[in-house]
Design a protein around this ligand. Structure first.
Ligand code: ZN
Ligand code: ZN
Length: 97
């Protein structure tokens, strides 16, 4: 169905039918988002993803890559490394950002 047909079809629908379609689309995107979250937290293949601890702390053991979280030992995301540098960690590299 091209855009023109879709527009015509929508125009021929009553208001309540349009609302129904929009609600269906919204439910579907919510379901997709929920499935994505489930994958992120339950899929063991994702266990080595970047740290997402709420109270993450940069680990100072060795002070060299891969930089990781002292709480969960997963790698820090780039923005966490930036935040850690701002707090005085990992300064020895002299990386300018
Ligand atoms: Zn460590
Ligand atoms: Zn962590």
């Amino acid at each position: 169905m091209n855009k023109e047909d879709l527009r015509k079809q929508l125009a021929s629908l009553s208001f309540s039918e349009k609302v129904k379609i929009l609600e269906k689309l919204r439910d579907r995107s919510l379901a997709i988002a929920a499935a994505g979250l489930r994958r992120k937290y339950r899929d063991p293949q994702h266990a080595q993803e970047f740290c997402d601890c709420l109270g993450w702390e940069p680990c100072a053991c060795g002070n060299q890559p891969p930089y990781h979280c002292t709480v969960c030992c997963r790698e820090l995301a780039p923005e966490q490394i930036r935040a850690a540098r701002a707090r005085g960690f990992y300064r020895q590299e002299g990386v300018e950002e």
